[in-house]
Design a protein around this ligand. Structure first.
Ligand SMILES: [Zn+2]
Length: 77
C-alpha cells in the first residue's frame, strides 16, 4: 500500500474515490474526515488486478480497514 501512496496517480485516484463515495466508509456507513479514511482494494493488488481500477476501490475508515486487513490475513487471501 505504501508504494501507492507515494505515487502521483494514486493521489488522484484516492481523491476521486473520496468524492465518489462521499467521504463515507463502505462498511460502517459513517461519514468521516479525509484523514480518517483509507481507500481500500476490494480484491488485493497482489492478486494481480489493476491497482487503479475504480470498480475495485472503496472507502474504509481506519477501524474498518484494520478489521478487514485482519480478516484477509486470517482467510489467507
Ligand atoms: Zn468504517
Amino acid at each position: 500500500m505504501d508504494e501507492f501512496n507515494q505515487n502521483h496517480d494514486w493521489h488522484w485516484v484516492r481523491k476521486a474515490i473520496l468524492r465518489r463515495d462521499n467521504y463515507r466508509c463502505s462498511i460502517c456507513r459513517t461519514r468521516k474526515r479525509k484523514a480518517e479514511l483509507d481507500v481500500d482494494h476490494i480484491i488485493p493488488v497482489r492478486c494481480g488486478i489493476n491497482p487503479f481500477g475504480k470498480n475495485n476501490l472503496r472507502l474504509l475508515c481506519k477501524e474498518c480497514h484494520k478489521a478487514k486487513t485482519k480478516l484477509d490475513r486470517e482467510a489467507n487471501l
